[in-house]
Write a protein that binds this ligand. Structure first.
Ligand SMILES: C[S@@+](CC[C@H](N)C(=O)[O-])C[C@H]1O[C@@H](n2cnc3c(N)ncnc32)[C@H](O)[C@@H]1O
Length: 194
């Protein structure tokens, strides 16, 4: 499958998809942290390039409910962030997963299809991650572990903290690649088709 991983600079999901045998490319305004197929620029430059599956990690800065106390001061930024998410969900791609923390996407666009935790995928940490899914089944937990430490508490302060916090857990990336990458055997009609 041709897989677009939008808003990803880490290369974690892209490389998991490639290991699973897919033709994957990441895209971000930032350069990729690991060598590999990557478009540095606006995701909408490449979104129409004939992808079978897209996984999007849009910025949550103005959307996450953990920042709700600042919402009243950034209504314009929040409206733009929501519009960005709406446009991603309308991409002409038959299978889409959009990932974000608990956020106003749920109240302003729609409820997520699934909320997952890293401890369901082999990491002893908590960080509720919402998934909005189109043409894809919910992820099945692969390795439920006991340790349940909040991810944020493990992160030292510093300028790269946001990047570390938003990095996809490897176990979740691997589950996406093996469970959604396998959806290649079940071609889906394009939305809007009769
Ligand atoms: C929350 S981070 C996602 C990080 C991701 N989970 C990873 O492992 O790299 C959001 C990313 O969206 C990128 N971004 C924001 N606007 C974008 C756009 N128009 N096109 C492509 N990437 C964009 C940012 O540069 C940032 O790296």
């Amino acid at each position: 499958m041709r897989v677009l991983v939008g808003c990803e600079s880490s290369g974690i999901v892209r490389d998991a998809m490639m290991r699973a045998g897919h033709d994957a490319m990441s895209c971000d305004l930032l350069p990729t942290e690991r060598p590999g197929p990557h478009y540095q620029g606006d995701v909408f430059d490449v979104i129409g390039d004939g992808w079978d599956l897209a996984i999007f990690h849009p910025p949550c800065t103005h959307l996450a409910v953990s920042g709700a106390r600042w919402f009243k001061d950034k209504q314009q930024q929040q409206a733009e962030a929501l519009e960005f998410v709406r446009r991603l969900l309308l991409a002409p791609i038959p299978r889409i997963a959009l990932e974000n923390p608990v956020s106003v996407i749920s109240s302003r666009i729609r409820q997520p299809d699934q909320i997952i935790q890293p401890w369901q995928f082999g990491h002893g940490e908590t960080k509720a991650t919402c998934l909005w899914l189109i043409g894809l089944p919910p992820l099945v937990p692969t390795n439920i572990v006991e340790g349940r430490e909040q991810r944020i508490h493990r992160m030292p302060p510093g300028p790269d903290r946001w990047r570390e916090r938003s990095r996809t857990f490897q176990g979740i990336a691997d589950a996406m690649a093996t469970q959604w990458g396998g959806a290649v055997e079940q071609p889906l009609p394009l939305r809007g088709a009769a």
